[in-house]
Design a protein around this ligand. Sequence first.
Ligand SMILES: Nc1ncnc2c1ncn2[C@@H]1O[C@H](COP(=O)(O)OP(=O)(O)O)[C@@H](O)[C@H]1O
Ligand SMILES: [Mg+2]
Length: 263
Amino acid sequence: MTSNDLYFSNGSEVQLFEWAYAQHMPVMLTGPTGCGKTRFVEHMGQLLGREVITISCHDDLTSADLVGRFMVTGGDVVWVDGPLTKAVKTGAICYLDEVVEARHDSLAILHSLTDHRRTLFLDRAGETLHAPESFMLVCSYNPAYRSSLKDLKPSFRQRFVTVPMTYLPPQREAEVLMTEAGVGADVAQRLVNCALSIRQADDAFHFEPPSTRTLVAAARFIAAGADELTAAQACILAPLSSDGAIHEGLYEIATAHLSGTSA
Ligand SMILES: Nc1ncnc2c1ncn2[C@@H]1O[C@H](COP(=O)(O)OP(=O)(O)O)[C@@H](O)[C@H]1O
Ligand SMILES: [Mg+2]
């Protein structure tokens, strides 16, 4: 196992996932961006010995993108499985990342997979696949930053066991930075403290709070030789907001926690 596979647990999510897997139930991971959802699914794939097939959802995603389509290759028309079909056939964990980005009609294909039927209907191939026991459907979404236009239907959400995720407690988040970027405990703790202050101010600022991902990025900059404030500026503060006044406020918070001078 490399450091890139390391997952720091944050409560009962591993247990919840294992129960859902044992009972062949689909899981919905909720939580802010960069809090470890993808890392968690990869970790569970390793733990359960299942391949994880990830699909990043977006506006234009069609059910054919999920299921597959007929394609012309060398004059022949052949059916090519999409990633969802592959996952069902091989009994993998299928991870639909940011599922809220997909249109409702594209997701309708999941209904028969997320109830007692556990089947996938391949419309154009006229075939019904039965998912093996090891197949699992996992979706993720960030409920805090949805727009009113984009939300999951309650009926869709109720098909899943919800596993709520959030940032790790400060000490553990600092350990992630040390493991992922190789920085010392003191640097890691200062970055985490800086993030905690910004997350607390987040209500007033109304932006997506700084994620563990941005802290790892800053820690890697520091490991590469950047001073703390420069690293924070590039990797944490600037990605949060392009509003000048907000940025000044954030910078003030950062200077209270970190050393160095901004580039
Ligand atoms: N619990 C955790 N254990 C280990 N690393 C983590 C954890 N949470 C976040 N990270 C770090 O933050 C990065 C972003 O996490 P990721 O799983 O991609 O977030 P999400 O999918 O929620 O947006 C990871 O690449 C990893 O470096
Ligand atoms: Mg992710």
